[in-house]
Design a binder for this molecule. Structure first.
Ligand SMILES: Nc1ncnc2c1ncn2[C@@H]1O[C@H](COP(=O)(O)OP(=O)(O)OP(=O)(O)O)[C@@H](O)[C@H]1O
Length: 331
């Protein structure tokens, strides 16, 4: 499969009165063409920060302090704002949790769609409005809603407009940060199946962020798990369903009801995530990890390829065997 996006050693910090918050600390992963890649992890682990870093939406006090983001081999981090603006919507677009953050409250839907198209494509207003009509059809919204203001639409309808807008210039990557979280379950289901249908039709890649792990397992072919600013595991959906490797991923999956199979008591993860200004040394998860060893306290685990993905945990050795087995064999 061809790689579309490559994120390498992405480091993003926030300057705060208490000190530097390392919200993304050496994050690396790749997304293939036509792939839906998920980013999961507890609140505050750096998922949105990573998404904002990729799509150049970071604003002070946030700062990209290191790393590279390549989309179709173009380095995004060194582009000027004007150069990046030419790629926004046509190559990379973003759908945020609250549609109101994406929409102008005092502009009619049709004008907003047409304007966003006209900013990037040389065409007449009539042609742009025609494209806006096509987009409304794509997301199953009635044409007469082109004349509505955002507040006149339901939350689900607004999110459909935002999705239409994100797809208006056929981007190769759409970043979706909690696109359905603010919606009720029934509306959520409709939006998710629409996203899947559009992705199948147009073949764009998606970086999908949600707290809803069962939904993520349904939608994504591969998933990256973040903990305290670090990407601790990347695995295929099948690998995660069969048995996640990192103890944090194991705990995270135990915190959700199983999509299928018998009902069981949810276990959760003891303790809470660390302060990102002074994270623990060694493996950041070690204070909460039931499998922590002495080396986890001092030595930071590096991400090693295991199976179809990577895992950053001292339980795994060079060849992806459990560390315990690797060290037993060498004794
Ligand atoms: N403006 C800011 N100033 C200081 N710290 C910030 C700022 N914005 C975010 N952070 C911190 O950066 C870290 C990562 O936040 P981020 O929103 O990326 O996490 P997240 O995983 O997307 O969380 P959620 O799932 O709740 O959206 C958190 O510890 C958060 O407190």
């Amino acid at each position: 499969m061809m790689e579309l996006l490559k994120v390498s050693n992405l480091c993003i910090e926030y300057a705060s009165p208490r000190g530097i918050v390392k919200a993304a600390d050496g994050v690396s992963f790749a997304i293939n063409r036509g792939e839906i890649f998920g980013l999961a992890g507890e609140s505050g682990c750096g998922k949105s920060t990573t998404a904002y870093g990729i799509s150049r939406l970071l604003r002070p006090p946030a700062r990209l302090s290191a790393g590279s983001v390549k989309l179709e081999d173009v380095e995004l981090t060194t582009l000027s704002d004007a150069e990046f603006d030419r790629l926004r919507w046509s190559k990379i677009s973003i759908v945020l949790q609250s549609a109101m953050n994406n929409l102008n409250p005092v502009m009619k839907i049709g004008d907003q769609l047409a304007d966003s198209i006209l900013t990037h494509e040389p065409m007449t207003k009539q042609q742009a409005l025609q494209r806006a009509r096509e987009l409304m059809q794509l997301v199953d919204l009635p044409m007469d809603r082109l004349g509505s203001f955002p507040h006149e639409l339901s939350g689900g309808m607004r999110q459909r407009v935002v999705i239409a807008m994100a797809l208006s210039l056929n981007p190769s990557l759409v970043i979706m940060d909690e696109p359905t979280t603010a919606l009720d379950v029934v509306v959520q289901k409709g939006i998710v199946s629409k996203i899947m249908e559009l992705q199948q039709t147009f073949g764009f890649s998606i970086l999908f962020i949600t707290h809803d792990l069962p939904l993520m397992l349904e939608m994504c072919s591969r998933i990256g798990i973040m903990y305290a600013g670090k990407l601790v595991e990347v695995a295929s959906r099948e690998e995660l369903l069969e048995g996640p490797r990192h103890p944090y991923t194991q705990g995270l999956l135990r915190s959700f009801p199983s999509v299928s199979g018998p009902r069981k008591r949810l276990a959760g993860i003891p303790g809470s995530p660390p302060d990102l200004i002074t994270p623990p040394a060694g493996c950041r998860f070690h204070p909460r990890c039931g499998q922590a060893k002495p080396r986890c306290i001092n030595a930071e685990p590096i991400a090693l390829p295991v199976g179809e993905g990577v895992v950053a945990c001292h339980l795994y050795g060079e060849e992806g065997t459990a560390y315990e087995q690797a060290s037993a064999a060498s004794e």
